[in-house]
Design a protein around this ligand. Structure first.
Ligand code: ADP
Length: 190
């Protein structure tokens, strides 16, 4: 089994790279952002809970997010491995993920962080907002808040897995295929 965390600020290319990784390595992709957007578009109770937080660029509370993640993992008992995209975003989520995988006799094998500087992120998200229909992409103050939340709450997750010698950092600017080659190198080394 190979369980990976794809890590990085909003707009760092996680979704793009995740699509290529699942194709090459046959992993199950779990994106908490996509899951929340799906629940919201169906106006489910979970979607209603997440909506106000997402609209402000804040994190959805851990209790809600962890329960949703657990359901998704449990739905794939035969997976060859998972790629977690947008999760864990807090230390509490990381501890919950480790506990969940260890119950199944498994673990996280690597965290792969895409590094992209702030100015580039803001530009990319602005561009994406034109076509994505994501209201959290079109307001610069909300985008800035997401970057701040990433720095304060999410970057500690990199250090948490670095302490377990599992964190890898990759420069996320350049050709998509070149970045993917670097990621593939890490996955193949596991
Ligand atoms: P991005 O990485 O581009 O900000 P995502 O699609 O991963 O976009 O997430 C969009 C929003 O969904 C976040 O700003 C947050 O409100 C919510 N969200 C996604 N994943 C999590 C998570 N693990 N914990 C809490 N909230 C989350």
């Amino acid at each position: 089994m190979k369980n990976l965390i794809l890590f990085g600020p909003p707009g760092s290319g996680k979704g793009t790279q995740a699509a290529k990784i699942i194709e090459k390595f046959a992993l199950v992709h779990i994106s908490t952002g996509d899951l929340f957007r799906y629940e919201m578009s169906n106006d489910t109770p979970l979607g209603q809970q997440a909506k106000a937080f997402m609209a402000k660029g804040e994190l959805v509370p851990d209790s809600v997010t962890i329960a949703m993640l657990r359901n998704k993992v449990d739905a794939h008992p035969d997976a060859k491995g998972f790629i977690f995209d947008g999760f864990p975003r807090t230390i509490t989520q990381a501890q919950a993920l480790d506990a969940l995988l260890s119950e199944q006799g498994s673990a996280i094998h690597a965290l792969i962080a895409l590094q992209v500087e702030d100015a580039e992120i803001v530009e990319r998200i602005k561009k994406r907002g034109v076509t994505s229909g994501r209201t959290d992409d079109t307001n610069e103050a909300i985008v800035r808040n997401r970057i701040d939340v990433y720095k304060s709450e999410t970057t500690p997750v990199y250090d948490y897995y670095a302490q377990q010698q599992k964190s890898h950092s990759i420069h996320g600017v350049g050709e998509i295929d070149e970045i993917f080659e670097l990621i593939s190198g890490v996955v193949e080394s596991l």
